[in-house]
Design a protein around this ligand. Structure first.
Ligand code: HAM
Length: 415
């Protein structure tokens, strides 16, 4: 039986086929996401993978509602797998806002589900780093998040030649929309057209814009002028002060497809324009209020960075580190009468935090030796008698005989 389309199997290295997904690579990405977010003072949270359907309808916008993996559960509740983390975060923050000092800086690495047409960079499940700040209106919070986004990618060894962040403003577009006579109930449809401008046939975009009283040229002129608002200038100044100015550009073609954004918005792309967005985010100051039914109001902002495009980009730039399994010790059992003594030592080594492997069954010595190399073992240990063992360093090939009771200490001191 095959897995469902758009869902991935993750294998440990070495991979069965060149296009298999690697769990070791996924762990490398998650570790970098986690350590960078922690370095910026963010705390990890999590929520349920299934939520009340209503959390997403109306709040995220039509596009995501059309992609929901929703169903009725056995209690006839209308539920959905989470397509994004932001509504869950807004719900969690709204319920316990008094318990946390503001600003709240939280991150999460959820698996998300969207019933999309499977294509390059888009699957029906993906993982996302979500980093958000809740309870801070000042633009320094926007700059802090964009810097975290940039540093996360830099910590994966991507440079300014590889990626950049395109910064824009939903508010600037809202002002443009109002100034040019747009009707408020068309606003989201208008943002959707702008969001798709780069991917859609200009004629189709023009037709849609004309129906709302705008023209393609008028919109294009606004984009090309690209005058940074005061807000965007302040964000850029903050990011430049950190020496990260080379990673950011004003670009009004960015508006974000989700409905809830209210202020500065941004997306990260690869510089060669080969891939879809690596990450996207912005300010969503009204979502907590909307989700709490008006009980709590908190400004909020954040971004999501997906693992799918990121993996494609790291592969394209040859930035995948060596991921094969490595162990500290392989305990060779050449004499089966020493198996129990060997098991005693193996247990001691593992309890001391030393990664240890050994043959489960009687195995020819040359096969054991080969296996130790395949596992990149640093040490090969053989019990010679009831109280003596040989320790061999597989890199230098040097070996020595020592009492079994000293083996763990010797290995530990050399790690
Ligand atoms: P988003 O732009 O929908 O934003 O997703 C963020 C990133 O997740 C995208 O740039 C892309 O890399 C990845 N992604 C999205 N959908 C898929 C898919 N079907 N397959 C593979 N990768 C995908 C959000 O989800 C917002 N909730 C982010 C956010 C957090 N805004 C504020 N806080």
């Amino acid at each position: 039986m095959k897995g469902l389309p758009g869902f991935r199997d993750f294998y440990p290295e070495p991979l069965p086929t060149a296009d298999s997904w690697s769990l070791d690579l996924r762990q490398y990405i998650f570790k970098t996401w986690r350590s960078t977010a922690e370095r910026y003072g963010f705390r990890e949270y999590d929520g349920p993978p299934i939520e009340d359907l209503e959390l997403y309808t109306k709040k995220s916008g039509e596009e995501i509602v059309g992609q929901l993996y929703n169903f009725s559960d056995k209690g006839d509740r209308k539920v959905s797998l989470r397509p994004e983390m932001t509504p869950t975060l807004a719900r969690m923050a709204a319920s316990h806002t008094r318990n946390y000092k503001k600003p709240i800086k939280w991150f999460s690495i959820p698996q998300l589900f969207r019933y999309e047409r499977q294509q390059k960079g888009r699957l029906r499940e993906h993982f996302q780093l979500n980093a958000d700040i809740i309870g801070e209106e000042h633009l320094s919070a926007d700059a802090e998040l964009i810097s975290l986004l940039i540093d996360t990618l830099r910590n994966l060894k991507l440079t300014k030649e590889d990626f950049f962040v395109r910064l824009s403003s939903r508010q600037a577009w809202q002002d443009f929309f109002e100034k040019n006579g747009g009707e408020q109930n068309n606003a989201y449809a208008f943002y959707q057209v702008i969001d798709k401008l780069e991917r859609e046939d200009p004629k189709v975009s023009n037709d849609k814009l004309t129906k709302m009283g705008f023209s393609y040229d008028q919109v294009n002129e606004f984009i090309l002028k690209g005058q940074p608002t005061e807000e965007l200038s302040a964000i850029i100044e903050n990011i430049e002060a950190r020496g990260l100015g080379d990673f950011i550009e004003i670009d009004y073609r960015i508006i974000r497809g989700l409905a809830y954004y209210t202020g500065p918005v941004y997306e990260a792309f690869d510089k060669r324009g080969k891939f879809r967005a690596i990450a996207g985010g912005g300010r969503y100051d009204h979502l907590v209020n909307l989700i709490s039914g008006g009980r709590t109001s908190l400004p909020a902002l954040g971004f999501g960075m997906g693992d799918v495009v990121l993996t494609e980009l790291l592969k394209d730039r040859n930035l995948i580190p060596e991921l094969s399994q490595t162990i500290n010790v392989f305990v060779q059992i050449t004499d089966e009468s020493m198996r129990n003594t060997s098991l005693g030592l193996i247990q001691q080594l593992r309890q001391a935090g030393i990664t240890t492997e050994y043959p489960l069954l009687k195995t020819k010595p040359d096969k054991q030796f080969k296996r130790a190399f395949e596992l990149n073992a640093k040490w090969l240990i053989t019990i010679e008698s009831d109280n003596q063992a040989t320790i061999k360093n597989l890199e230098s090939r040097k070996e020595k005989i020592c009492p079994i009771d000293d083996v763990t200490e010797i290995v530990k001191s050399k790690l």
